[in-house]
Design a protein around this ligand. Structure first.
Ligand code: UFG
Length: 344
């Protein structure tokens, strides 16, 4: 029997490339589609090198529906799609809201429309814990109410979840899962793929590793006067390989028809809240180095704290975060060193 094929849109990106590796290692065929607007062919090469599989790659913009039709849906027989392709910078989305709405909503709608046209069935959508806003209670479960998003980027995640939910309700043969990611960090243990931010990193861990590499002078810790034990923000940092594996079990659930509803939502986090200052300390200890950092003003739009209750994913998907934070922080530093050519 031929293997089940999965289309990974945005598969040259950070989470997409790690997911492509885990899918292939779990026995799936994979097609990667990406417009390389914020990603790099080196990630596709990394996926090929790790897996030893010459994964097909199609350079394509998911907003271009007819090219998607002719170059992907007509050529490949995937029955499942994992849709990562999206813009993801919170700050930039405030400056360019229309680009964010157009890109993130259109690409998902195109994929769903073509899945219907070509009779394809299963879709996973990359959502985010950003849909919970500033939660009233921790940890957040999937039943924690969503709150109005604080950025156009966050709003696209909420809106895309609704587009998927309503499409699944209307079109009987479509099944969908939204995975709400917490804060993915780290890199593949091979150090052949990892996060490759363009320009100045916006996220904490790439900023930390670039500071350790001497590319940035000093990490700014955005605020130490929050109502948390050490005054810095709390997040749920999830290893990117663990996160990638959550996609593999979630897509298998749809393929095998084990889903309980045709549209389901899962939090993908560890269940542990870690503060920014704690993360810095753990990075220093795990990698035996000192990081240059200072306390700076709060960053606009940051929520105080959020971490996951991953019980539903644990019980329904049989998925658990397995890598410990120190290993993850070592993998992040190993990747940065490899990218920069830094010797041990
Ligand atoms: N931080 C710093 N200094 C930096 C960068 C970040 O102190 O240079 C702090 C932030 O203030 C925050 C924490 O590190 O407290 C994590 O910040 P990130 O930017 O890495 O992550 P966020 O939690 O802000 O954002 C992430 C994803 C978004 C998603 C959001 C949901 O990047 O895509 O979680 O809460 F929408």
């Amino acid at each position: 029997m031929s293997k089940h094929c999965v289309l990974v849109s945005g598969g040259a990106g950070y989470i997409g490339s790690h997911t492509a590796v885990e899918l292939i290692e779990a026995g799936y065929d994979v097609v990667i589609a990406d417009n390389l607007s914020n990603s790099d062919l080196r990630a596709v090469e990394g996926v090929r090198q790790i897996t030893g599989v010459d994964v097909p790659f199609v350079e394509i913009d998911c907003c271009d529906r007819e090219r998607l039709a002719s170059e992907l849906f007509e050529r490949y027989t995937f029955d499942s799609v994992i849709h990562f392709a999206a813009f993801k910078a919170v700050g930039e989305s405030v400056q360019k809201p229309l680009e964010y709405y157009r890109n993130n909503l259109t690409s998902l709608m195109n994929i769903i429309e073509l899945m219907r046209r070509y009779g394809r069935h299963n879709i996973l959508f990359s959502s985010s814990c950003t849909v919970y806003g500033e939660p009233d209670k921790q940890p957040v479960t999937e039943l924690t109410p969503r709150k109005p998003a604080t950025s156009p980027y966050g709003n696209t995640k909420t809106m895309c979840e609704d587009i998927l939910r309503d499409s699944v309700a209307a079109y009987g043969d479509l099944r969908g899962i939204a995975l709400r990611y917490f804060n993915p960090i780290g890199a593949h243990p091979s150090a052949l793929i990892g996060e490759l931010p363009r320009g100045v990193p916006q996220n904490l861990v790439p900023y930390i590793t670039q500071t350790a590499a001497g590319i940035r002078e000093c990490l700014s810790v955005f605020g130490n006067d929050y109502p948390t034990p050490d005054g810095s923000n709390i997040r749920d940092y999830i290893d990117v390989v663990d996160l990638a594996r959550a996609h593999v079990v979630a897509i298998a659930r749809l393929i095998e028809g084990k889903n309980k509803e045709n549209y389901e939502i899962f939090n993908v986090g560890t269940g542990n809240g870690v503060s920014v200052l704690e993360l810095v300390r753990r990075f220093e200890e795990a990698n035996s180095l000192k990081l240059n950092y200072k306390i700076a003003d709060r960053r606009a739009g940051d929520i105080v704290a959020i971490w996951a209750d991953p019980t539903r994913a644990n019980e329904e998907l049989g998925w658990h975060a397995t890598r410990n934070l120190d290993d993850t922080l070592r993998s992040a530093w190993a990747w940065e060193k490899r990218v920069r050519g830094i010797e041990e």
